[in-house]
Write a protein that binds this ligand. Structure first.
Ligand code: PPS
Length: 293
């Protein structure tokens, strides 16, 4: 059987995009945020689902255990700019109709595209960044397994596309730099790192709680920590994306490895050198990532 056609990349105000994320643009830009909304921002594959699930478990009473057990994560945490070409539903509709308070909403938009109302309402935001090498590897495997992404090509050509910023949501460098710069001026933005989450999930949850003004009991914290473990999320049909037909887990699962340093299994020595040379020119020097822990 033929695979469904893959979307084509095009330039959208200087950022590489596909129509799944631009077809609903007017509604996205006019989206009405509420003061208690929490926006999760990430470059794709940086830990969005992980932090979404952490927030949902921290707000379990508001989210309700029934929702957690019966609705997949991307219904509970709407993907703001998504226009599902097949089913027609949009992230903005889902967000508008969310019954929870606060609403947790996810976006992969570069910071300059975030709808104005989020800033006007002074919403809390959590940006998760992941080191470029592992982010690239994770995005590559995602491109292989989902027909909702452009054809990734082989690893070598993907590597070049990443360096050139020719992937959906554009350049990783512009993305992490842009949100980092915004953080300096906008105090309600918590900028966190995937590597820190892997190293000490409990410590990072404490930091999140202080942004959110939450003080979970020791018992609640243990419950959250347990629920967000890689294996538990991988085995949870409501967090592992197994309910989606446009993903082929035989090629690669959504919850793939969840590690820091898998890039070493993909980068050649020459690619690593080329990458490091290019990286120095593009990364904001005040922004420090760890490629191993
Ligand atoms: S998406 O499609 O952009 O929303 O993907 P995203 O959720 O941002 O990123 C997916 C990667 O995050 C890993 N992940 C985790 N790692 C460790 N622990 C937990 N609990 C966890 N949950 C998700 C997931 O495995 C993907 O990374 P890779 O490296 O591909 O395994």
């Amino acid at each position: 059987m033929d695979s469904p056609p893959r979307p084509k990349l095009f330039d959208f105000h200087g950022v590489s995009m596909i129509r799944h994320f631009t077809d609903n643009w007017e509604a996205v830009q006019n989206f009405q945020a509420r003061p208690d909304d929490i926006l999760i921002g990430t470059y794709p594959k940086a830990g969005t689902t992980w932090v979404s699930h952490i927030l949902e478990l921290l707000y379990i009473d508001e989210m309700s255990p029934e929702r957690l057990n019966s609705l997949p994560i991307d219904v509970r945490v709407p993907f703001l700019e998504l226009q599902r070409i097949d089913s027609g539903y949009t992230g903005t509709d889902l967000a508008d109709n969310l019954p929870t308070s606060p609403r947790v909403i996810k976006t992969h938009l570069p910071v300059q595209f975030v709808p104005n109302s989020f800033w006007e309402q002074n919403c809390r935001m959590v940006y998760v960044a992941r080191n470029a090498k592992d982010n690239m590897v994770s995005y590559f495997h995602f491109g292989r397994m989902t027909f909702a992404q452009p054809e990734p090509g082989d690893w070598n050509s993907y590597f070049e596309k990443f360096l050139a910023g020719k992937l959906v949501f554009g350049s990783w460098y512009d993305h992490v730099n842009g949100w980092w710069k915004k953080k300096q001026a906008y105090s309600n933005l918590h900028y966190m790192f995937y590597e820190d989450l892997v190293e000490d999930t409990g410590r990072e949850i404490d930091k999140l709680c202080s942004l959110l003004g939450l003080s979970p009991s020791a018992e609640e914290k243990t419950r959250v920590l347990n629920g967000v473990k890689f294996d538990n999320m991988k085995n949870n049909a409501m967090t592992n994306y197994s309910t989606y037909s446009h993903m082929d887990f035989k090629i690669s699962p959504f919850m793939r490895k969840g590690k820091v340093g898998d890039w070493k299994n993909h980068f050649t020595v020459a690619q690593n050198e080329e990458f490091d040379e290019d990286y120095k020119k593009k990364i904001d020097p005040t922004l420090q990532f760890r490629t191993e822990i």
